[in-house]
Design a protein around this ligand. Sequence first.
Ligand code: DP6
Length: 359
Amino acid sequence: MSATLYEATTSAPVNIACIKYWGKRDTKLILPTNSSLSVTLDQDLLRSTTTSRADPFFMKDRLWLNGKEEEIKDGGRMDNCIKEMKRLRKALVEDKEPNAPKLSEMKLHIVSFNTVPTAAGLASSASGFAALTTSLASLFALPLNPSELSLIARRGSGSACRSLFGGYVAWEMGTKPDGTDSLAIEVAPQSHWPEMRAVVCVVSGEKKDVGSSVGMQLTVETSPLLQHRIKHVVPARMESISKAIKARDFDAFAKLTMADSNQFHAVALDTTPPIFYMNDVSRNLIALVEEYNRVCLQKTGHLGAAYTFDAGPNAVIYTLPDHIKAITELVLYFFPASAVGFYDVLNIFPEAGGKPTGK
Ligand code: DP6
């Protein structure tokens, strides 16, 4: 052990997309076929916390995920992120300050815990790679803003780039072949529309059959509907939903969110072989929200809730405070604990970047 302890711990929140990322145009750099937009959820319940330590006596980079050691594959996503962060440490800190400790030459031990059911369609890879990026940025004292850090988190998992911001976040697909303009930007801070709530309904905590990375590449290779989606649907939806957020227009936000979730699952079904992420419980949750909205429209002229599903059967229902009681009671009434391991109602996460939790 060396005398000085080089260590940093940060945690990062999950984000749930309203306009979905599904498809890569470059699988190595993780460049998407379309832009996407998400809301970052408060990290009280769902988050990843990562501690990174550099030490001249460490023999190799090592990673423990939820207490179990995972291999860091050479040239794999984790390795790419670590190498990129070390390169930035050297270029931005060590080359400029001759007395700065040569952390870029040391091996790292990284310990990460998720409070998210890993790979259950609740974006554990997003919070995981965001926390890895921010803990290394903190350890290496890198002078980078969240958009700049999102470029590195993106190399770990595409959706992770959006967890670098709180509030309402877009991942702009970019056009450059080197990916330097494929990054996350803030569409609006949490304080702009703090009333938004996310009701997370965990239908299954099991690992999904077809992971996102494999699934989306199959879709890129085989789905004609995806080509229509990326050219003719998503660009307009990105604009409309950004406007809806800026105007705090829940009706427009909800319509776009539900339509995009449904189109994402349609392109999964349009894949050969077809991919089914939702199950019967998911479909019944859709029916419940649609029926709730029908009644709300009749009574008030406005929608009350919006469902969205990622690559798994779990639902996230975006809603506003006036509807929380009705929505949670309805879910608990029709879906007892055996069907939906009910998680909680989450607020929107306010802060940009991962939250430092210690030194
Ligand atoms: C359905 O970000 O997990 O949640 O970049 O291959 O790691 P990789 O994929 P990942 O895909 C997320 C897909 C999604 C939609 C979204 O979050 O936008």
